[in-house]
Design a protein around this ligand. Structure first.
Ligand code: FAD
Ligand code: SF4
Length: 325
């Protein structure tokens, strides 16, 4: 058993100050703390200094332009759910945010923290006492993966609800860091490795998200979870769809809770221009199953999560297609 960590907290007033305070391997940015604090208490994430970014003005606010929506990384999930512009122009985001954790979490949990949350696994998200008696695992303190003992990589699952919605909407992220500012597609933030799932460099801070507002598209999100609230997705699918007459004119499907990264399902280009008949759904089913790799890292069987993911994709496409008639 390890002693609880001793932490100091810094409260920068600007993004530049926050980045200057960051020390690789020692510091972590703190937003709402609903992911980071439980992990620090369990000793599965380490830090000497927390840099509290919740007071930074640059990370606040939701601004609607004609063609896109800018959402600050510090916006709380409750504000995202309740914002009239988001509900009217990007309802998928409001819905995905409303399915995160419970109301008390969403009051302080932020967009940035949701995207940047740690990956999860049954053998990792446990108390220090539990992990000691089970000889730890490769992601923290141990040397073997309990899910795939011969594997050299970790299969902990990315379980954020916002990322698939943002991927389906074609959103991009504005990032500031020690080497300057840049904009990247959401998919470029993540890697397929449960121990190193974020591609951000040390000190990089997510500032805001840019969500394009595309005319004629409809979108929705559904997740499988054990309880009806306060539970991470065991399989989550977001679909954005454009209908032209009886054909599918545009389709993006994104998943979470199934890999170590949130991902866009590839290989859907061949479905554009088709009617969503049985052949269409057979191809969609195949593409979803090809993209995902659920492992025995949760109490719910991987095979079941795989079947549910494919089923959710079909259900969402059918529903959105009918609603767009
Ligand atoms: C009981 C429980 C249930 C939960 N259920 C869900 C769920 O259903 N779905 C879900 O998606 N999540 C769930 N969560 C996880 C968490 O509550 C949310 O993901 C929340 O949105 C995290 O945001 P935060 O602001 O609290 O992040 P924090 O805990 O403050 O930070 C999380 C991580 O992001 C980093 N970070 C924060 N802001 C930035 C930034 N601007 N730039 C760079 N890095 C940053 C931090 O350094 C940290 O590593 C749950 C948590 C609990 C305790
Ligand atoms: S997938 Fe393996 S290494 Fe990763 S957290 Fe789970 S048991 Fe540990």
């Amino acid at each position: 058993m390890q002693a609880l960590q001793t932490l100091s907290i810094q409260k920068p007033e600007t993004v530049a100050q926050a980045i200057a305070l960051h020390r690789a391997g020692e510091s972590r940015y703190l937003a709402g703390g609903t992911d980071l604090v439980p992990n620090l208490r369990r000793n599965i994430q380490k830090a000497q200094t927390l840099i509290d970014v919740s007071g930074l003005a640059e990370l606040r606010g939701i601004h609607a332009g004609e063609q896109s929506l800018r959402i600050g990384a510090g916006v709380t999930l409750e504000s995202l759910c309740e914002d009239a512009t988001v509900r009217a122009r990007a309802p998928l985001l409001a819905k995905a945010a409303s399915l995160v954790a419970g109301p008390t979490h969403r009051i302080c949990a932020t967009v940035g923290g949701n995207l940047m949350q740690d990956t999860r696994c049954y053998f990792y998200n446990q108390s220090d006492w539990w992990r000691t008696t089970n000889e730890y695992c490769m992601k923290c303190e141990g040397d073997t993966c309990r899910v795939a003992p011969k594997s050299e990589r970790c299969y902990a699952c990315y379980s954020g609800d916002l990322a698939p919605a943002l991927l389906a909407l074609g959103a991009e992220a504005d990032i500031a860091g020690p080497t300057g500012a840049r904009r990247e597609p959401i998919a470029a933030l993540f890697a397929d490795d449960g121990m190193r799932h974020l591609k951000l460099a040390p000190g990089d801070l997510l500032i805001s998200i840019d969500v394009p507002l595309e005319a004629g598209w409809t979108a929705d999100y559904e997740k499988l979870r054990i309880r009806g609230a306060i539970d991470f997705p065991l399989a989550g699918i977001a679909v954005a769809l454009k209908r032209d007459g009886d054909r599918i004119a545009g389709l993006r499907v994104a998943c979470t809770g199934l890999n170590s990264y949130p991902g866009l399902v590839s290989g859907l280009d061949a479905l554009i221009g088709q009617k969503p008949d049985e052949a269409f759904h057979a191809a969609l089913d195949k593409a979803v199953r090809k993209e995902i790799q659920p492992m025995a890292s949760t109490l719910v069987a991987a095979g079941y999560r795989r079947r549910v993911a494919a089923g959710l994709a079909r259900r969402l496409v059918e529903r959105l297609y009918a609603a767009a008639a």
